[in-house]
Write a protein that binds this ligand. Structure first.
Ligand SMILES: Nc1ncnc2c1ncn2[C@@H]1O[C@H](COP(=O)(O)OP(=O)(O)OP(=O)(O)O)[C@@H](O)[C@H]1O
Length: 301
């Protein structure tokens, strides 16, 4: 269990964090979401003991990272933009170098495990300077996992990656959570990228936590009037669906504006009573829209 309680951070005249609290349960993957400068990196640095807070407290499995830094660092792995890898050494030699520096027992066995887990087999003997950004990210992940941490902090791990690279890193995050039983905090300013991996989200804005919850909780909080796009064959036409004035796109496609989520089953019952429904999807609930709705709602805070 990881507890963040009332954390504040003042840099001279700038308040980077203001009274931030949340909890990460063991084995969870939490998305720390917020625009540039909202305090994500500062929060991660405080959580792993690199930076002291101005107020509040963090507990990583009961330990204060600022006081028991060595013990906390032994439990945590942190991947930042600066991977710290040596370009003129091979991927495997990098891992061996850091494993020796950290005194990792059974070094070669652990490196083999991580090479397999992060799918680095084909590149491990190539110089890191020739790696793509995605390959470097995976090697960086292997490096921070050498000491078998139980908590992983990933600061913007998808930054600078192409869509394939993003998918690969997300797949790795899921695998690490399942196979190495890691509790993961992953920061990003692109909420939709993380929707496939996180079970919980914390939203930051101007150094404050402005929202928190599961994807379902957040969507139901911010999406009060759903629009449903329906693909159906209704022999008597769209106007036979009583009580609605859909925007008809084609003979087989129309968009219904509803008052609330509770209206969805009623609409679907009516539609199936009138014909064959092939598809129905909420068109205004994607996470990117929700992200902007959250930002808009907390715009003046
Ligand atoms: N060492 C520092 N001294 C002074 N101000 C700092 C320091 N570190 C961060 N800040 C400021 O604190 C605020 C939060 O920065 P932080 O890097 O935590 O945000 P972020 O959400 O991680 O942003 P990004 O997405 O750009 O990485 C910013 O305004 C930043 O300029």
């Amino acid at each position: 269990m990881i507890n963040v309680r009332n954390i504040s951070k003042q840099f001279k005249d700038h308040q980077a964090l203001n009274d931030v609290s949340f909890t990460l349960t063991e084995g969870s993957i939490t998305g720390l979401i917020g625009p540039n400068g909202s305090g994500k990196t500062t929060l991660i640095r405080i959580m792993n003991g690199v930076l002291g807070a101005s107020g509040g407290q963090v507990r990583i499995h009961g330990l204060d990272p600022f006081v028991e830094t060595e013990k906390v660092l032994a439990m945590c792995g942190t991947l930042t933009e600066q991977s710290g890898l040596y370009d003129n050494m091979s991927g495997r030699d990098n891992l061996a170098f850091f494993a020796d520096a950290f005194g990792i027992p059974q070094r070669d066995g652990r490196i083999n495990e991580l090479v397999d887990l992060l799918e680095l087999q084909d590149y491990q003997h190539r110089k890191v300077g020739t790696y793509s950004t995605g390959m470097k990210k995976r090697l960086g992940l292997a490096r921070v996992l050498l000491h078998r941490p139980s908590v992983l902090f990933l600061d913007e791990p998808t930054n600078g990656l192409d869509p394939d690279g993003i998918q690969m890193v997300l797949r790795m995050i899921r695998r690490l959570n399942k196979e190495e039983h890691l509790t993961i905090l992953v920061s990003s300013h692109v909420l939709s990228q993380l929707s496939a991996v996180c079970d919980h989200y914390v939203f930051m804005q101007n150094g404050c936590k402005v929202e928190e919850g599961t994807e379902h909780e957040i969507i139901s909080r911010y999406q009060t009037a759903p629009q449903i796009e329906v693909e159906a064959v209704l022999p008597e036409g769209w106007n036979r669906v009583e009580g609605y004035s859909p925007e008809v796109i084609s003979a087989q496609r129309a968009v219904f504006q509803l008052q609330s989520r509770e209206d969805i089953p009623t609409l679907l019952r009516q539609l199936t009573a009138h014909g064959e429904v092939y598809q129905a999807r909420i068109v205004n609930s994607d996470l990117e829209r929700i992200y902007f709705a959250i930002r808009e709602a907390h715009h003046h805070e």
